[in-house]
Design a binder for this molecule. Sequence first.
Ligand SMILES: *Cc1c(COP(=O)(O)O)cnc(C)c1O
Length: 447
Amino acid sequence: MSAPGLFSDTSLSTPRLRTEVPGPRSRALHERRQRVVPRGVGSVLPVYIEHADGPWVTDVDGNRFLDLGSGIGVTTIGHTNLAAVTAATEQLDRVTHTLFTVTPYEGYVRLAELLAERVPGTHETRTAFANSGAEAVENAVKIARRHTGRRVVAALDHAFHGRTNLALAMNHKAAPYGTGFGPFAPDIHRVPNSYPYRDGLDGMEAAARTIAHLEQRIGVHDLAAVIAEPIQGEGGFVVPAAGYLPALQEWCTRNGVVFIADEIQTGLGRTGTWFASTHFDLVPDLVLTAKGIAGGLPLAGVTGRAEIMDAPDPGGLGGTFGGNPVSIAAALAVFDELEHGTFFADARRIGAHLSARLERLRARHAVIGDIRGIGAMQAFELSTPGTTRPLAGAASMVAEFAAQRGILLLTAGSDGNVIRFLPTLTTTDEQLDVAVDVIDEALSALR
Ligand SMILES: *Cc1c(COP(=O)(O)O)cnc(C)c1O
């Protein structure tokens, strides 16, 4: 059985609104915040959360929202999952920090062992831990460069890899991630991805197009790594055509290029498997984890082929908080929950239920151009009816409408025209139905 959340009101099916959204207490906090927090740190919905449980977040005005974003795919096994909270709490009483690179501890090793068993492939691996997804990306690039002795990193169109200086150079979107933040890291190239809804290419055709760019615009002599999200997150849950990723990996292997799978959003149960790479028969050289790995505590990992990971010299990798014992304890509990709970089946159930419900919506709303995703990572793209042209503004209107009904929805896509679902895996079909009915109303109100 899966552990319940701390407040165990997970079985409730409907949101509960006690005030307007945001309520008076949230508005007061928001005023205080604006005097001390820069506007560059935004908030999708400025309701200030007081507690959270399973799929629910409750704000300081007592409004309870159905959270279909999970803090962008972080609380995958539910908010305040009891097993993760208990493990972290017990660890707090033993030791909070010694720094693994000063005096190590077992949890770090144990989590590396668990990742070694679970990443795709049968090769020997090593894992280094960091604090955030962007840091995992940075470390992967360092490792790939050290291993290959080459400079260039290729990222895909519509990619998102983070907000640190190196990572933001890999993002598709300049605004808001990069605008005005230059000079940017050199030797980052972007190449076309596979986007079946928009490009109409099969996996082989899309891979041939990507590879032609890699060969003509960079050349294998200088190319250290190709980095790809198996399903693009910020980019709008773009699921590549079958065969695309393995063809790219095969080309990389043949040319001594490190293939990095950024599984920061897709990994650890989200798509109904440990890693989304599995759905595409992809065996990456390096796999990046973060977001859902520690049930809400900050942690990230780079797991990869031993001979690549061992390229940097001692002291070349690390960082003060990387692999913090409390985060690691929570992560070990997350792995245990995923292993022994019903979460993988729940992710598949959520995917089947949501996609079927969205298909029925599409029959009534011609603006739904594409529905896509795997497991509990589903999205629909809003287009001008009869075309694949992005419909501007509609997705954020749907999200705002839903917020007023107590449903927390995230948008995505380089054109901002995608609604994405990243529910906790504790979300029931009935709760999803409530959300889809609200979206139905929102889409009707668009006309
Ligand atoms: C969120 C995300 C990142 C960045 O992770 P942070 O923890 O925010 O630094 C990188 N890659 C992908 C695919 C992500 O979704």
